[in-house]
Write a protein that binds this ligand. Structure first.
Ligand code: THU
Length: 139
């Protein structure tokens, strides 16, 4: 199976583990990095703003395993509206910025039901932190 199909299948399986009792919108993500696959699902909370997206769970899982460069990411939203609006399938802006932390603009983003995108087209100008002040003093 080609890499995109393998990763999308892993993302779809990961979505089955989603903890989404509030939105009832399950999301799964799978990251390919350093010869392994790291998966994640969205995890919600009674305090709604504490929800974490599937993409970040998958990427942080790779980082926690010591992997800081991701090679591809796939997403699957089995509860999306069947493609009526592509936006329900696409990664949120915050997750795009997190992808940019651990990949370059060529990162392939496989979105089940929507196609393949390069991170650079989804987030053309990611924020990059450059220290402008010496790390001294109290602000
Ligand atoms: N969600 C993700 O997991 N990834 C995204 O890129 C967008 C949204 C989750 C968060 C929340 O649990 C549910 O989808 C509805 O917003």
């Amino acid at each position: 199976m080609p890499r995109d199909r393998v990763l999308i299948a892993a993302a779809r399986r990961a979505a089955e583990l989603a903890y989404a009792p509030y939105s009832r919108f399950r999301v799964g993500a799978a990251v390919s990095a350093a010869g392994a696959v790291y998966t994640g699902c969205n995890v919600e909370n009674a305090s709604y703003g504490l929800a974490v997206c599937a993409e970040r769970v998958a990427i942080f899982s790779a980082v926690a395993a010591g992997v800081r460069r991701i090679e591809a990411i796939a997403l699957a939203c089995p509860d999306a509206d069947g493609g009526a609006t592509i936006g329900t399938l696409m990664p949120c802006g915050a997750c795009r910025q997190v992808m940019a932390e651990f990949a370059g603009p060529d990162l392939p983003v496989y979105v089940s039901g929507a196609g393949t995108f390069a991170l650079g087209e989804l987030l053309p100008n990611p924020f990059a932190f450059v220290q402008t002040q010496p790390l001294t003093g109290n602000r």
